[in-house]
Design a protein around this ligand. Sequence first.
Ligand code: FES
Length: 119
Amino acid sequence: MEDPLFRDYETLVNITVLGKAFQVPEKNTCLRAFQYISPDTIPYGRFCWNQECQYCRISFTLASQPEEPPRSVLACKVLVAEGMQITDLSEELRYNLMGVIRATEPRSPVDEQDDKLRL
Ligand code: FES
């Protein structure tokens, strides 16, 4: 697919971010993948995009290597991979992604009750 924001990709890969499942473009960095899932926040984060600021640090494991401990890396440097499980986010990433991560959480009975009261 052609999109000037992303490196050319043909398919999406499955990743999880703090336990929430997403599909993101293959062959792209994790930070670009975060932009794919949250295009309204990541571009406005305090990210240098070139491995200098350290605001994009993440920890991840791979589904194919379940015995390996989480690796701490820069999301602007590491490419996404099928089955990547991102288990920790920097404070800046957490702030910028919390909207999409919360949006995919199941709604609690209290939330659903609040919705009914508003109708
Ligand atoms: S965005 Fe600055 S180090 Fe990754």
